[in-house]
Design a protein around this ligand. Structure first.
Ligand code: ZN
Length: 75
């Protein structure tokens, strides 16, 4: 296929006017009230549909412990 028509700045920009990404839809968590993505475990309290699935406090402590051990090993 051969391109016959010059695409002007105006035509190009008009086409691109629909390319913007929409921001993610956030809803408030039932347990902690913080904004979270729908259909996904709450990253703040680890609850889904009002039930606690993951203990986030334990997860944070585990992460901290791992970081401390990594720093120890580096020295
Ligand atoms: Zn939450």
């Amino acid at each position: 296929m051969v391109v016959r028509m010059r695409s002007t700045r105006s035509h190009r920009n008009n086409r691109r006017s629909h390319f913007a990404l929409a921001p993610p839809r956030l809803s408030a968590c039932v347990s902690c009230g913080k904004p979270r993505l729908s259909h996904i475990l709450c990253p703040h309290c680890g609850a889904y549909r009002g039930r606690t699935i993951v203990n986030m406090q334990a997860r944070i402590e585990k992460k901290l412990k791992k970081r401390v051990e990594k720093e120890k090993a580096a020295r």
